[in-house]
Design a protein around this ligand. Structure first.
Ligand SMILES: [Zn+2]
Length: 423
């Protein structure tokens, strides 16, 4: 390719990118995960899949030996061998056989990206360390649909570097959605198997959906989530017996032994399962709540609960996940912490300061009586109508919702593909 051709090509890519970004503004971004059916792969494919991550790790660690970005820029995406150390710390040269050049590119860009975010943190005078060598590579970017990855049908997909189509589970969640666009995807190496997280875009629309009437919700550690309609959702996902058992067994093994390593792997898997269960429950609750036209809630500081009295209980609750998910939605109105939702009487407007955490029933001098949490949830609707003029703006004129949203948008899709926002 001559220099002119190269520049023309770059220009074309840039124009295409602009076009896409414009289109994305009117689209909703959603990430779906499909699981690779490992048992249906043959031996060659199994090793190929494993080696993709091992080679990515080798490459990542090799790139890391260069300290500045200029040297990394010189890296060729077609690089075929990397330097490394073997078990006895002797230098070896390793061949990259399974990694495609687009995957290599994404690994190298990953290092650059990490360096950039570190230096950005340094500029904000945060304490930073240097990037560390990886012992395990977890996620590889599959940049282009149709080239690095492709769906053949509901049950099969193709990944660059692996010859046959791979059997997958879970494509039903999005396969029949009309007009769905696939952007990049991530090949994930998680404790409980290999996954592909696909980022998709879909045109906005269907706004004339019928919603249920508006509700207020009260979040509490003791009684979970309570709605103004009197519904209570349990929010605890406890540790399993198996998890505790593995933890105990690990303590008995010698550090550095292979048995301990195996157990650690099992433990990671258990935690992954727990995480999945938490996410599933949170999704279900959020889905139920969003059936309502408008949702009023208070901006509670769940992190502070974590540190304080309720540490362990909060750790096993999914309140934080539910809150974060709700706050991203446009139909959710958030009241600031300072609004006295529990103490205000909706009947006479008096503020009853003497009510404490242990009082489960709210009683006012005027004779008004109600379950404490339902009362608080009902108050959310009333108080936000009195104090908030516009959606998401609190009584003090701050736009809470946007503040939170910005935080989410700045973070790109994270390593495990769990951010649902597009820049
Ligand atoms: Zn009263």
């Amino acid at each position: 390719m001559t220099e002119e051709e190269r520049l023309a090509k770059n220009n074309k890519i840039r124009e295409k990118g602009k076009e896409t970004r414009l289109r994305r503004q009117s689209q909703i971004c959603r990430v779906f995960r499909v699981k690779i059916d490992f048992s249906h792969l043959n031996e060659i494919e199994k090793t190929q899949l494993k080696m993709i991550f091992v080679e990515a790790k080798w490459l990542y660690n090799d790139v890391l030996t260069f300290s500045n970005a200029n040297e990394i820029n010189k890296y060729d995406y077609k690089i075929a061998t990397v330097h490394g150390l073997d078990k006895t710390k002797q230098p070896v040269i390793r061949e990259l056989k399974n990694l495609s050049s687009q995957m290599k590119q994404s690994v190298i860009q990953g290092v650059k990206h990490n360096m950039k975010s570190l230096s950005a943190m340094k500029k904000h005078s945060r304490k930073i360390g240097s990037l560390k060598y990886k012992s395990n590579y977890e996620s590889i970017n599959l940049q282009q649909y149709g080239i690095t990855y492709k769906f053949c049908d509901k049950k099969h997909m193709k990944i660059q570097g692996i010859k046959r189509p791979i059997k997958i589970d879970g494509a039903e969640q999005f396969f029949d959605i009309p007009g769905l666009e696939f952007a990049n995807a991530k090949l994930l190496n998680l404790p409980d198997g290999y996954y592909v997280a696909v980022t998709t875009f879909q045109n906005k629309g269907g706004e004339n959906k019928k919603y249920k009437p508006e509700i207020g919700i009260d979040m509490g550690i003791k009684t979970s989530i309570t709605t103004s309609e009197g519904k209570k959702y349990k929010i605890f996902v406890g540790e399993t017996k198996r998890l505790k058992k593995i933890q105990r067994r690990i303590m008995k093994r010698k550090k550095g032994s292979s048995n301990r390593y195996k157990l650690r792997k099992l433990l990671r898997r258990e935690y992954q399962k727990l995480d999945n269960r938490k996410k599933d429950k949170a999704n279900k609750i959020v889905h139920k709540l969003l059936e309502h036209k408008k949702i009023y809630m208070q901006n509670e500081n769940i992190k502070a609960w974590h540190k304080g009295l309720f540490g362990k209980t909060v750790q096993h609750s999914i309140l934080g996940i539910v809150k974060a998910k709700l706050m991203k939605n446009e139909r959710v109105v958030v009241l600031p912490k300072k609004v006295a939702t529990t103490k205000t009487c909706p009947n006479c407007g008096r503020i009853n300061k003497e009510i404490t955490l242990s009082d489960r029933i709210f009683e006012c001098q005027c004779g008004y009586k109600e379950d404490r949490d339902i009362h608080a949830a009902k108050n959310m609707i009333m108080l936000s109508k009195n104090t908030c003029g516009t959606q998401g703006i609190n009584a003090f004129g701050e736009d809470i919702r946007r503040k939170h949203k910005q935080k989410c948008c700045n973070a790109d899709l994270d390593e495990l593909g769990s951010r649902h926002f597009y820049k």
